[in-house]
Structure formats: structure tokens, C-alpha cells
Design a protein around this ligand. Structure first.
Ligand SMILES: C[S@@+](CC[C@H](N)C(=O)[O-])C[C@H]1O[C@@H](n2cnc3c(N)ncnc32)[C@H](O)[C@@H]1O
Length: 280
């Protein structure tokens, strides 16, 4: 027997199905990562035929995350972060960004992809101020009852809840709204919510055509993926004070008081919107 089947059988023991693409691993491949398999790379090649800007879009999302975490730690004084739907570890993870600003920043990662749970947990648990919880974010009662999550929220210190490219993996919009609302309700006053989300303007224009074709291509692998209107994405911040520049295309987003980091490549980034909001 070669090493490969033994390795594979180990992965199966962790619940990892290498024969089917996983969102976390396809995204990892788009970012140049190594925690992916042929099934992920094959779907990625199909995606690239429709949307060759995909790696630019993935990097733009990570740039947004870096700007948001840095601003929250440096300017808003946030010391607690929950990265919900964290994905596989990559070049700059939330705790590395936050702890670069403040060594006492604590980060809780949450994800339910078996690859993230198996490979990512050890790598994300870099120091005693980072934690990883394997949980399904569509079950807020269970997530909020988890001792580590409850512990982070217990003493009323502000927390930044980051849901980057995660909420669009819940198929039903009303359920998505309800789930986001449950987490916001649990956040102490002074907390922040930061979201990026796939968008379809639904206007028949080039972005609409592109994401409709893209969704058709990936729906077999990712049946719950939902591109939503700007209005629907904005409503996820219901009851919160959305910071400038509002809920906008990643290509137009900048930190409050800052400027857009100009990148001449746009394309599919038009289909990703992001925003940050404050809970009074
Ligand atoms: C495209 S990746 C985004 C990773 C990272 N947040 C980023 O923006 O760079 C989406 C992640 O959300 C996770 N995810 C999707 N649905 C989830 C759920 N119901 N519970 C927990 N994690 C989920 C996936 O496993 C994946 O790791």
C-alpha cells in the first residue's frame, strides 16, 4: 500500500470527501493555497472559464478582511473577533492581522467544513489567544451555547463578528436574515458586524449575466449558494449603524475616513459587496 491511500483513508475518517469539491478548498485554490484536491481544482477550472477574474476577486476579499480587521483593532479598539466561516488558513489570517495591531486581541474561528476542521484547526491555533470551534453557523442556538463562544460574549466587551463570504451559503433569504439577526442580538453593545456577500444586481446587465452563468455551473457542487440583491445584503445589517462607505462593491469599499485602494481590475468583484456596521 502506498502512503496516498493511507492518507486518504485518514481523511475519510475526518469526514473529508476528496471526490467532491468543497467551498473552502476551491477558495483556498483560488488564493494559491495547497489544501485542495483534484475535484476542487476541476471545478475551479470550470469557474475560471466563466469568470477568469476569480483569483482577483478572492484576493480583493482578503484585502477587505485585512483592512476591516486592522481598522477595527487600531481605530475602533476592538479586542475580540469572531471569524465565522473562517475558511482554510491562508497568508494573513484574522488573528495575525489583529494581533499585529494589538497582541492581546483574541480570535475565535468557526467553520464546519471537515477540511477546515482537520487541517485548519491546528494552523489557526497559533497562540493562546486563538480558538477554533467546529460548528454549523445555520444553528445559532447551538453556536451561541458553545462554551467558547458564550465565554467570549459573556462579559459584555465589544466583539467584531466577521462573516466573510459565508451568509450566501444559506439558500433561503428569510432564514439568512433570521440567522444574522440572532448573532447580532447576542453581540454586546459597541460590537461590530462585518459582511461580504455575493451579489446579483438582477438588472440583466453584464454582472447579472455572469453570475447567473456561474451559479448554473456550480449549483451541483454548492446547491445552497445564493447571489442576492444589494437591498437584501444591506438588510442583513438591519438595526445597526452602517459605517461609511456603506454596503458597496468590494472595488469601492474603504475604511471609514480612508480611501479606496485602487486596483484597475474589476470584473467579478462587482458581484461581491461588503459592509461594516456598529451596534449601539
Ligand atoms: C468562501 S469561504 C470564505 C472564507 C473566509 N471567510 C474568507 O472570506 O476569506 C466560505 C467558508 O464558509 C464556511 N461555511 C459555509 N457555510 C457554513 C456553515 N453553515 N457553518 C460554518 N461554516 C460555513 C465554509 O466551510 C467556508 O470555509
Amino acid at each position: 500500500m502506498t502512503d496516498q491511500p493511507m492518507y486518504e483513508s485518514g481523511l475519510i475518517a475526518h469526514g473529508i470527501d476528496t471526490t467532491r469539491p468543497s467551498v473552502a478548498r476551491v477558495y483556498d485554490y483560488a488564493l494559491g493555497g495547497k489544501d485542495n484536491y483534484e475535484s476542487d481544482r476541476e471545478l475551479y477550472r470550470q469557474i475560471m472559464k466563466i469568470a477568469p477574474e476569480t483569483p482577483v476577486w478572492a484576493r480583493a476579499n482578503r484585502l477587505w478582511l485585512k483592512q476591516v480587521i486592522t481598522w477595527l483593532a487600531a481605530e475602533a479598539g476592538v479586542r475580540r473577533f469572531i471569524d465565522a466561516g473562517s475558511g482554510l488558513p491562508t497568508v494573513e489570517n484574522t488573528h495575525q492581522i489583529a494581533q499585529k495591531v494589538s497582541t492581546d486581541a483574541s480570535v475565535m474561528y468557526i467553520d464546519n467544513d471537515p477540511s477546515v476542521v482537520a487541517h485548519g484547526r491546528a494552523l489557526l491555533l497559533d497562540n493562546d489567544r486563538t480558538q477554533f470551534t467546529a460548528a454549523d453557523l445555520t444553528k445559532p442556538d447551538e453556536v451561541l451555547a458553545d462554551p467558547a463562544v458564550a465565554g467570549m460574549l459573556a462579559d459584555g466587551q465589544p466583539v467584531a463578528l466577521v462573516m466573510a463570504l459565508m451568509l450566501h451559503h444559506i439558500a433561503d433569504y428569510d432564514e439568512t436574515l433570521e440567522i444574522a439577526g440572532r448573532y447580532v442580538d447576542a453581540l454586546p453593545p459597541g460590537s461590530y458586524l462585518a459582511i461580504t456577500h455575493a451579489c446579483n444586481p438582477g438588472d440583466g446587465g453584464p454582472v447579472d449575466v455572469l453570475v447567473t452563468e456561474l451559479l448554473e455551473k456550480v449549483k451541483g457542487a454548492f446547491p445552497t449558494l445564493a447571489f442576492r440583491s444589494v437591498e437584501q445584503i444591506s438588510s442583513l445589517f438591519h438595526g445597526l449603524e452602517v459605517l461609511e462607505p456603506g454596503v458597496v462593491r468590494l472595488a469601492d469599499w474603504h475604511v471609514p475616513g480612508g480611501r479606496v485602494e485602487v486596483d484597475p481590475q474589476v470584473g467579478i468583484r462587482d458581484a461581491i459587496y461588503g459592509g461594516v456596521a456598529h451596534k449601539a
